[in-house]
Design a protein around this ligand. Structure first.
Ligand code: ARG
Length: 580
């Protein structure tokens, strides 16, 4: 354990035991960063209330039990201040020893989940037969960071791309495919024209009664799994998936075809899901539809809200599929935890599905099901993000534009064409991804190229630049960062601040995975890059006149900062160019 906050927490708890008896060792020591020392512990205030004693007196007793800070202690000084705060200063020797240890650790202080869990992560999940929107970009990017974090901690992660690949719209989509010709349809879908394709089909459906009738019949043959209809459905889906895969490859997202488990996967299970719920008495017929009424959900009129699992026409819906999916993920995939990285607007749906699945016994208490709510992407007008003409934005166009703009931003740096386009790709993707990740996932955010491509602030390009700059130090010195060992000496304040900051990486990664909040990693990396910038301004590394021991120590800090930034960005799925 190298994180100072955790180490101090443990020591303060021991001191609580010594001073006030073993029943107090589990109290939260309330360790916080402090203005006056490295950390402060505020536990004396809350404990004093419980003990009915003066807070300062309690603080003095804890300080006495902590001791003065011996050579092996993490702290060198403990002071009582104000109404009963404990100001704790870490010892320089401890910080440098810990930093050296993290430097020796190939995982840079990141532990492993014990025991490892099986985590199913449902993310991306665009719809092939509805509007495919930029919101799916965000569920894809946030989900991919979560799987990277969870995997890095040693969990068994199962990606599930719950594609919208089934339902009544496929009748008209298949009829449209026949109208425009298979080859043409395939070419257009592969090129990402799914939206226009959908709208054309929709327009005919609304205006042409014969087309509408054909589409209806096609839905029936599709549901009956007529071989020719299934062949056409596959043509449509395969071409669509080839487009999705292009977007995934551009983004550097880890999803593969093996992770696809679209809605259609669950078709064979839906009848059984309904039968089981009906025979256990959980599902009842209401107004012709088979419904579950999970307790605690009421509409505006105070009437219980139904989760419809079989419509009055016999068809199944989105909720039925999700009930089948939850059962499959727990029973067959053996999930300990299931994350659904999906838009905010589906919150009620997931609450009801989880509640019904718990009632049915398909989602036992020890399995955690979490909806990771994704806030909407907004345009500069504050409404759902669209193009100027009001169309939804094609994902591949958006990514192309990011790369073009990144290329313009580095135009004056004198790179040859090939290098420039390579860097622009990495910077463009990094900017888009980092912008999605750096805000808390549930907040709405305004899609703004200028802001995400800025080279200052908590942005992808800034983080990439900070990382590339450290690489260039090693390149200039012709030194392999992997060979650098220190020892680390903390002479300057900026060296001490940087070393202390670098000790927190493991805790942040664990907390981000636990809370399913990649933005915590962004915030930490931004602080790290800032601490590095201050250090680099104040503390020359390779300059003439720096004595060898200082140089070795500073190189060690550079190497550790580089590894933490690289591995943190990798966990976010943000690529780093060699130079920028
Ligand atoms: N395809 C859905 C949509 O675009 C998201 C699916 C999310 N996953 C799930 N298990 N329901 O809204």
């Amino acid at each position: 354990m190298t994180d100072p906050q955790l180490v101090l927490a443990e020591r303060v708890q021991q001191a609580l035991g010594t001073a006030f008896g073993p029943e107090h060792v589990s109290a939260d020591p309330l360790i916080r960063p402090s203005q006056f020392a490295d950390f402060q512990a505020n536990v004396a205030l809350s404990l004093a209330k419980r003990l009915r004693r003066a807070p300062r007196e309690v603080a003095e007793a804890i300080a006495a039990a902590l001791g003065a800070g011996g050579p092996d202690d993490p702290f060198s000084k403990v002071e009582v201040s104000g109404p009963g705060f404990l100001n704790i200063t870490l010892s320089d020797a401890w910080i440098s020893a810990q930093a050296e240890q993290v430097l020796r650790d190939p995982r840079s202080g990141v532990g492993r989940s014990t025991p490892p869990q099986t985590v199913v992560v449902d993310y991306s999940a665009p719809n092939a037969a509805k509007e495919m929107h930029v919101g799916h970009l965000r569920t894809t990017i946030v989900g991919d960071s979560l799987v990277r974090l969870l995997e890095h901690l040693g969990n068994r992660v199962i990606r599930q791309n719950h594609l919208g690949d089934w339902g009544t719209p496929f009748g008209m989509l298949i009829e449209h495919l026949l109208d425009i010709g298979e080859a043409n349809a395939i070419a257009r879908l592969e090129a990402g024209e799914g939206n226009e394709y959908y709208q054309e089909a929709r327009a005919k459906f609304d205006s042409d009664p014969a087309f509408k009738e054909r589409s209806r019949r096609r839905v029936s043959t599709l549901q009956a799994e007529d071989p020719e209809t299934i062949r056409l459905w596959h043509l449509f889906m395969d071409a669509t998936i080839r487009y999705f895969n292009k977007v995934y490859a551009t983004l550097g997202v880890t999803l593969t075809d093996a992770d696809i488990a679209g809605e259609s996967t669950y078709n064979p299970m839906l009848a059984e899901v309904c039968d089981d719920l009906e025979s256990s008495g959980l599902a009842v017929i209401s107004e012709g539809a088979l419904c579950v009424f999970p307790p605690g959900f009421t509409g505006t009129d105070d009437k219980p809200l139904p989760l419809i699992i079989r419509k009055s026409d016999g068809g199944y819906g989105y909720a039925t599929t999700d009930l089948a999916a939850v059962r499959y993920r727990v029973r067959d995939l053996k999930a300990d935890r299931v994350l659904y990285v999906v838009g905010n607007e589906q919150a009620l749906h997931f609450q009801m599905v989880f509640a019904a699945a718990r009632q049915a016994g398909w989602l036992p208490d020890e399995v955690s099901a979490e909806h990771i709510r994704i806030g909407m992407m907004l345009g500069s007008d504050g409404r759902r993000f669209r193009t100027r003409s009001g169309e939804s934005v094609k994902l591949s166009d958006l990514l192309d534009e990011a790369v073009e703009r990144a290329s313009a931003a580095i135009a004056d740096r004198g790179y040859d064409e090939a290098t420039r386009s390579e860097i622009a790709n990495v910077v463009g993707m990094g900017a888009v991804k980092y912008a999605d990740l750096s805000l808390s996932h549930e907040s709405e955010y305004v899609f703004d190229f200028d802001r995400m491509l800025a080279f200052t602030g908590n942005t992808g390009p800034y983080m990439q630049y900070a990382t590339a700059r450290i690489r260039s130090i090693f390149r200039k010195g012709d030194i392999d960062p992997a060979e650098v060992t220190g020892p680390i000496i903390l002479g300057e304040q900026a060296e001490r601040d940087l070393a202390l900051q670098l000790l927190g990486f493991g805790t942040v990664v664990e907390a981000a995975a636990q809370a399913a909040e990649p933005h915590r990693v962004c915030a930490y990396l931004f602080e790290t890059a800032s601490a590095f910038t201050t250090f680099y301004e104040k503390c020359p590394v390779l300059k003439d006149g720096v004595d060898p021991a200082t140089r070795a120590s500073r190189l060690a800090l550079c190497a550790l900062a580089l590894r933490v930034l690289e591995s943190g960005l990798n966990l976010l799925g943000v690529p780093v160019p060699d130079r920028m």
